[in-house]
Write a protein that binds this ligand. Structure first.
Ligand code: CTP
Ligand code: MG
Length: 378
């Protein structure tokens, strides 16, 4: 089941005031649209992401293309931008699509997950907040009447649909719809109302930037993960630890190069991202990883972190063994892992301890390693 995200960001942001269009204004340290994209990258279950950009925005287009996003050029109104984005997604063969305003950077991954879940049992699902304020009509000056608010909702995005159905609905719609739910309903699709989030504001007017900044700035911007691994000694004349071949009278057994330290560091990064572990990304049952250099795994974890909007703050790895002695090789190990991760050596720690001759490491049956990684918002 492929669930795609379609983020429309081809508007001119006229109500937000002059200067740079709102999707490119910096909030909480990076462009507004980058926050929106990161929220979808951090949401579980989202596959390909398409972004609809203003025509001629080549700088942004090349930046996003190299980050693996599918791109489309926007149309004259929101609906036509959505149509173009849906067409651009066709090659990714999604089963479902979540259509979202680029101007809603505070969308939380939990809300995205609620929409994805709702699509298991409905062809369409969208977030909304029941109206709680009293409703009036007015003539711009005086109140001219009141309205009953019961059964009224304020709509948000992402609005999720079965892909083929919403694409057909958009193709058939005469235009002028307020949102994709209106288009879906015009085609006879049922749309489930999912509890929205008051923080999921659409940045529209000048004052909205400060509110978005407060909301995003207050969010968790550090993540922590740990990893643990063990490999058993076998035949050999060296062990590979943290990317360095250390001469020794035995080797470590394992499907790959059995680099127990690098495996622990890699798992710490996957852990910080809440994206499983090495075994899930590189199944030991798959023959292509036999004897593989573990740098492949570590590089993948770092690339995944980057893609999800995180950079590595630091990693700390402890090797647990009586032998071989790690101290003389620690600097080379730090340098080797720093190089793979694109970090400075002072962001990478490798240290070792014995287990006082206790347990399997104490008896010299194998080597264990534990690691911690912190990730900070990129
Ligand atoms: N949008 C789009 N293509 C358009 C118009 C709007 O992709 N032709 C996108 C906007 O970039 C925004 C979302 O649709 O992410 C919601 O639209 P809105 O908040 O109205 O943004 P703008 O149209 O950019 O702002 P304004 O109406 O103030 O000019
Ligand atoms: Mg608009």
């Amino acid at each position: 089941m492929i669930t795609a995200a379609l983020i429309v960001a081809a508007g001119r942001g006229e109500r937000a005031g002059g200067g740079l269009a709102k999707q490119w204004r910096t909030i909480a340290g990076r462009p507004l649209l980058d926050h929106t994209i990161a929220a979808f990258r951090n949401a579980p279950g989202i596959g390909p992401i398409a972004v609809v950009l203003p025509a001629g925005d080549t700088d942004a287009a090349s930046r996003f293309a190299s980050a693996g996003l599918i791109l489309a050029e926007g149309g004259s109104d929101r609906s036509s931008s959505v149509r173009r984005g849906l067409n651009a997604l066709a090659g990714a063969t999604p089963d479902r699509v979540l259509i979202h305003d680029g101007a809603r950077p505070c969308v939380h991954p939990d809300l995205i997950a609620r929409i994805v879940d709702a699509l298991d049992s409905a062809p369409g699902a969208a977030p909304a907040l029941a109206v709680t304020d009293a409703l009036w009509t007015g003539d711009g000056g005086d109140v001219t009447g009141t309205r009953d608010r019961s059964g009224l909702y304020a709509a948000q995005t992402p609005q999720g649909f079965h892909y083929a159905a919403i694409r057909a609905a958009h193709a058939a719609h005469p235009g002028g719809a307020a949102d994709d739910v209106e288009v879906a309903r015009a085609a006879g699709m049922a749309v489930r109302i999912v509890e929205g989030d008051p923080d999921n504001l659409k940045v529209t007017r000048p004052g909205d930037f400060a509110r978005a900044e407060r909301l995003l700035g207050g969010r968790m911007s550090v993540r922590l993960g740990n990893g643990f691994d063990v490999h058993r000694f076998g035949e050999g004349d060296h062990v590979t630890l943290c990317g360095v071949a250390v001469p020794y009278g035995r080797g470590l057994q394992g499907h790959s190069d059995a680099d127990v330290g690098m495996h622990a560091v890699t798992d710490a990064i996957y852990g910080a991202l809440a994206r499983g572990d090495i075994g899930q990304h590189f199944p030991p049952s798959d023959p292509q990883w036999k004897g593989a250099a573990s740098g492949i795994f570590l590089r993948h974890a770092v690339a995944l972190a980057t893609e999800m909007g995180w950079r590595i703050g630091n990693v700390d790895c402890t090797l647990i063994c009586e032998e071989p002695k790690i101290g003389p090789h620690a600097a080379a190990m730090r340098a080797a892992m720093a190089e793979i991760m694109g970090l400075d050596a002072d962001q990478v720690s490798v240290k070792a301890t014995t287990s006082e001759r206790l347990g399997f490491t104490g008896r010299g049956e194998g080597i264990a390693a534990m690691a911690t990684a912190t990730l900070v918002a990129a």
